[in-house]
Design a protein around this ligand. Structure first.
Ligand code: FES
Ligand SMILES: [Fe+2]
Length: 359
């Protein structure tokens, strides 16, 4: 087995980052969505990604920047500071840092006084605004490429929505599994996604993909949301992609009806921040009833998932951690678990399998 990508000197910066890196080593060396472009305005924003506290701010020209959220002077959080001519000024003694983390201004220091520049710098992380999201790269070296493009978002011929979708109290594998699992939908989303009285036997095909795994369900969900698609829905594909992406694509024959993608940004071992993207061929998502209704119903489904995940996390805490039973119906969980740990070359998983279930 090839060793997991390391590239994780950043993980030595806090105990939480070290714990996250130890649990899921394959998460190092990737881009993560830290915020939407709209969330990052004129004030700095505190965000934690993979256990690493970051101060996000808009530097010269409005470009986003991410610094370790700790002033090198007396270690106050920089995100509590303010913007000053493209720099971020610490709220305590006003040291000002540029996008690269260099201290540009030290109020009170006489001109020409000797200074140790390096000791006054704070770590900075590669940051890029793309497709309405602010991405941060957590790896030791400069990233070899930019964040992955989100397919069809704002593309001609497609209609789309995207944005922040809240904070989940859940461990990362539990959150990813939840979004891609069909068998909770009859209960957590009863009527909305599936209905208990309308199960049919289907054969689900589970495949390894490049950097992930996907499960194909040859059916239209029996709940209300599927009816908004206006008929013809015959296939849904749920896919996990490293580092932390879960996508659900609904198809009618060869035509994509709706692609719903959740980008999960791990905050720490017990919390995940969600960013959602929905795309569909134009003119409208959700057929004649329209996009606003579909978006409202999806928000409702996300709230239902957030509630059951929080309840799961609370009970895990009562018992001191998970002791899970597995069945063949847990089609993607083993893939998610191994890929998070070992990366795209994870071994011990079948390339393809078929699983019968009553969905
Ligand atoms: S603690 Fe930041 S300038 Fe003193
Ligand atoms: Fe769900």
């Amino acid at each position: 087995m090839s060793p997991p990508a390391d590239g994780a000197r950043w993980a030595t910066l806090t105990p939480t980052a070290a714990a996250v890196h130890q649990a899921w080593p394959a998460l190092a060396g990737h881009w993560y969505i830290a915020a939407t472009g709209r969330e990052l305005r004129r004030r700095p924003l505190a965000r934690t990604v993979l256990g690493l506290p970051l101060a996000l701010f808009r530097s010269a020209g409005g470009r986003p920047a991410a610094l370790l959220d700790r002033c090198p002077h007396r270690n106050v959080a920089l995100a509590g500071g303010r913007l000053a001519r493209g720099c971020l000024a610490c709220p305590y003694h006003g040291w000002q840092f540029d996008a690269a983390g260099a201290c540009r201004t030290l109020p009170g220091l006489p001109e020409g006084a000797p200074s140790a520049q390096a000791a006054r710098a704070t770590p900075a992380f590669a940051t890029l605004e793309q497709q309405g999201f602010v991405w941060v790269y957590l790896g030791d070296d400069a990233p070899s490429s930019g964040p992955p493009a989100i397919a069809h978002l704002s593309e001609r011929g497609y209609t789309s929505f995207s944005g922040a979708a809240g904070l989940l109290t859940a461990a990362l594998p539990d959150a990813l599994e939840n979004f891609l699992d069909g068998l909770h939908t009859h209960f957590v989303h009863a009527g909305l996604i599936r209905r208990e009285g309308h199960r049919r036997e289907v054969t689900v095909t589970v495949r390894r993909t490049a950097g992930g795994a996907a499960a194909e369900y040859p059916e239209a969900p029996s709940g209300f949301i599927a009816r908004l698609f206006g008929g013809g829905l015959d296939r849904a594909v749920g896919a996990f992609r490293l580092p932390c992406v879960a996508a659900l694509d609904y198809w009618a024959g060869p035509r994509l009806k709706l692609g719903l993608t959740l980008h999960f940004t791990p905050v720490d071992a017990a919390h995940v921040r969600l960013f959602a993207v929905g795309v569909a061929p134009a003119p409208a998502l959700g057929g004649r009833l329209g996009e606003p209704l579909l978006v409202a119903l999806m928000r409702l489904a996300l709230r239902q998932d957030a509630a059951i995940l929080a309840a799961q996390a609370a009970n895990l805490a009562r018992f001191g951690g998970p002791r899970y039973a597995y069945t063949p119906l847990d089609v993607l969980r083993p893939h998610i678990q191994r890929l998070l740990r070992h990366g795209p070359s994870a071994e011990g998983l079948p390339a393809e399998q078929r699983v019968a279930m009553r969905l």
